[in-house]
Design a protein around this ligand. Structure first.
Ligand code: IMP
Ligand code: MG
Length: 178
């Protein structure tokens, strides 16, 4: 399927992302300082770069797991229905869990995933999102930690795609249709 022409304008530099992750990890380390092994659950596919940088900065014993929920398909519009395409492999009952999301947009994905994982009775569960678009929220949810609040723009890079492209950009850029 062909996509409309667009350009990408840098919005958040790789350096700013790295600096923000350092700060966030200080807080996360403190929150989970007593854990014997934190289960870090990345939401595929958009969080794969963020989770890689996050766990290397965390300096805690971690287990890494992944969950895939359906999202936009190839458009820039959210589908309100959330389906689990791939579940985590590990058990989380009585464990400390950190859910890692790329962007909280309408909030439907994070709400659904939180309910699902909470039903498995983790000891403590927290959520982190690299980006938050509060102006787009439809579900009443907020991540416990947020990297950056951004306006209602469609963004790509640092793991985040537009129709499966641009995930490998080192920065966050906004899509401008030309
Ligand atoms: P929500 O369920 O509407 O909160 O959507 C969350 C998911 O939509 C995110 O995890 C992203 O995968 C995707 N998404 C939301 N905004 C953007 C964007 O600006 N660019 C790319 N994907 C996005
Ligand atoms: Mg996502």
């Amino acid at each position: 399927m062909s996509q409309p022409a667009y350009e990408i304008d840098q919005m958040i530099s790789a350096k700013s992302i790295a600096a923000r992750i350092e700060d966030l990890c200080c807080e996360i380390r403190e929150e989970f300082s007593g854990t014997d092994k934190l289960v870090v659950v990345g939401l595929l596919r958009g969080s794969f770069v963020f989770i890689a940088d996050l766990v290397r900065e965390l300096d805690l014993p971690v287990e890494v797991d992944f969950l895939e929920a359906s999202s936009y398909g190839n458009s820039t519009e959210s589908s309100r229905e959330v389906r689990i395409l791939k579940d985590i492999r590990g058990e989380i009952q009585n464990r400390d869990v950190l859910v890692v999301e790329d962007i909280v947009d309408t909030g439907h994905t994070l709400t659904h995933v939180k309910h699902l994982l909470e039903s498995r009775l983790p000891r403590k569960m927290k959520t982190i999102a690299l980006l938050d678009k509060p102006s787009r929220r439809e579900a009443d949810v907020r991540a416990d930690w947020i990297g950056f609040e951004i306006p209602d723009e469609f963004v790509v890079g640092y793991g985040i795609d537009y129709a499966q492209r641009n995930r490998n950009l080192p920065f966050i850029g906004k899509v401008r249709f030309t």
